[in-house]
Design a protein around this ligand. Sequence first.
Ligand code: FES
Length: 157
Amino acid sequence: MPDDHAAPTTPALSRRAAVAGAGAAAVGIGLLAAGCSSGDSGSGSGSGGGATTGSSAAPSASAGTALGPASSVPVGSAALFADQKVIVTQPTAGTYEGFSSTCPHQGCTVSEVQGAALVCPCHGSTFGLDGQVQKGPATRGLTPQNVTVSGDRITLA
Ligand code: FES
């Protein structure tokens, strides 16, 4: 009976597949933990920066990710790119700054743009176009995210 040879190989293969799957899951958890710990350590006091934003913050989306049109960011205000969790401000014409939209207080999304104020709807923390705290309960500013503008396209740098 040729079927006797085929039958025992199937359970052996599925056992191996299960082991491989468990290994992959462990790697995934490790990556997540690494992401959390690096985000916590990014509270360096700036390096006297210029127009481009700092270098110590780990971006939540990868470099090169397109955010949207620069024309959607009003001068003297900001726009939220919700899918990428990034806020882009334009304090003066042609100067763009990017920030994580994750509130440093308890992690809500800073989703309300009221003129030059970025407001977290959870507890009312308010940030300026430079990402700094204007009103608590948050005690530190938004995490900078490097962005580049080419033509009318804003991209994570
Ligand atoms: Fe934003 Fe509390 S989570 S103010």
